[in-house]
Design a protein around this ligand. Structure first.
Ligand code: ARG
Length: 458
């Protein structure tokens, strides 16, 4: 195919170099945004008297036809084209003749591609927002069903203090809420239009960049044309938001995998989100959660790859920047897939409350509460801590637990111990007495549910 830029060359591009240079096999997915941007560009050109109304109408008709034909499968991408921008422009000229050649007045592929990626990512982020909200909603439902499910809370993966499963899940709801807000902030910052920056320096035509920006739903124009075509910081920001959300999904996955093991047995994943083994008939594996955890690596990798690609680039556009797309597209695809599998996997997950409770009864997770009991009776915390530590040691040596020690034994350590201690260290009391804001206490959990519900209803 003849290159649009062929004029100053005497020889055609080497075939392998041509393939190496081409990006259509991945940027074709931006065809809709490319056409939308071009339609608005044609409108602007005629409004400003740069082309005639008839020429503009002709271009817009041609572009609309191309969009329709791509969508209904009548027009296939030419994989020999250099990129999606060249493909659409040459298809337009094929269809409407010389008027098609006027479309590229007062713009360059540099601002065109910077525009297309923004439009594309804005659309994709809409879907990601919806998926994040869906996941938070699923978590909230699980939370509501599990307000009475007492389990051990962990630090260092050692049983630490009793919590409810609802409280534990709410922690994830808060994280995904922030992921939503973080992404929303990044999208807001991305939502300024680069079109009209042209190659780098702007143009001698009397263009109206604000018209284009407004028609394309931007909050304004990028104020510096060199910045407009040079930076991909919005991709970096989005990818970093995706990486953070994947980190949260991955931690959640890790816990689900642990909880599904025989060692924990706190949850059971639905058959529809687990797989068997080809050799071990008893196995039920958490493949989906493992894959989400695994795919987190590539989302981190994409972020680092683009950061590295950009770090040495002189302003303005360099072809290196074509590498932005595969990285960000892969991150977008990956997080979308992960979120859409994760929500139903959590929704269908069975919570084995009795096993959680059993685990909470082991591991002396009421030891802090016993120390607090002494403190409330006037003992300094450090002294109380020491007494309880010694008592735990005694229990371990004698194969018993704090709940079963006779009061006489307690009295050997301190006269402050009385029979009311047994109620004080029951798991239910330990949870119920956590009254501080944000705690695992029943009231606090209700507050947290309300907080999430208000966020979802906004
Ligand atoms: N395919 C190119 C990219 O993705 C489009 C911009 C090309 N601009 C240029 N001056 N060669 O970056």
């Amino acid at each position: 195919m003849d290159k649009m830029w062929a004029g100053r060359f005497n020889k055609a591009l080497d075939k392998e170099a041509d393939d190496f240079n081409s990006s259509i096999h991945f940027d074709s997915r931006m065809y809709k945004q490319d056409i939308t941007g071009s339609i608005v560009h044609a409108m602007m050109l005629s409004r400003q008297g740069i082309i005639t109304n008839d020429e503009s109408a002709d271009i817009i008709n041609g572009l609309s036809g191309i969009l329709e034909d791509i969508e209904n499968g009548k027009l296939a991408f030419d994989m020999d084209a250099e990129d999606i921008h060249m493909f659409i422009e040459s298809e337009l000229t094929k269809r409407i003749g010389d008027n098609g050649k006027k479309l590229h007045t007062a713009r360059s592929r540099n601002d065109q591609v910077a525009l297309d990626i923004r439009l594309y990512l804005r659309d994709e982020c809409e879907e990601i927002f919806a998926l994040l909200l869906k996941l938070i909603e699923v978590i909230k439902d699980k939370v509501e069903e599990n307000q009475d499910a007492i389990m051990p809370g962990y630090t260092h993966l050692q049983r630490a203090q009793p919590i409810t499963f609802a409280h534990h899940l709410l922690a994830y709801a808060m994280m995904f809420k922030r992921d939503f807000e973080r992404l929303n902030d990044a999208v807001k910052r991305m939502n300024y239009s680069p079109i009209g920056s042209c190659a780098l320096a702007g143009t001698t035509y009397n263009t109206d960049r604000s018209f284009e920006a407004q028609r394309l739903g931007f909050d304004g124009i990028m104020m510096n044309s060199i910045d407009g075509v040079s930076d991909r910081d919005f991709c970096i920001e989005l990818m970093s938001c995706f990486a953070t959300a994947m980190m949260h999904l991955s931690r959640f996955s890790e816990e689900i995998i642990l909880w599904s093991s025989w060692e924990f047995k706190f949850v059971e994943l639905d058959d529809s989100y687990t797989t068997g083994s080809s050799i071990m008939p008893q196995k039920k594996n958490s493949d989906m959660a493992e894959l989400v955890r695994g795919k987190t690596g590539r989302v981190y990798g994409n972020l680092l790859a683009l950061l590295t690609t950009l770090k040495g680039l002189p302003l303005a556009y360099n072809k290196d920047m074509q590498e932005d797309k595969e990285a960000i597209f892969d991150s977008v695809d990956t997080i979308k897939k992960c979120l859409s599998i994760f929500a139903p996997m959590v929704a269908t997950m069975k919570v084995l409350k009795a096993n959680m409770y059993l685990a909470a009864q082991k591991g002396f997770i009421n030891a802090t509460d016993l120390a607090d009991y002494l403190v409330k009776k006037g003992m300094p915390f450090r002294t109380a801590y020491k007494h309880v530590g010694t008592l735990v040691g005694y229990c371990i040596d004698n194969g018993t637990v704090l709940e079963n020690l006779p009061i006489e034994k307690y009295k050997e350590y301190s006269e402050l111990f009385d029979n009311d201690l047994y109620n004080e260290i029951s798991l239910e009391t330990c949870v119920a007495k956590r009254i501080s804001a944000g705690s695992t206490g029943y009231e606090s959990v209700k507050e947290q549910i309300k907080y999430i519900a208000e966020f979802l209803n906004k």
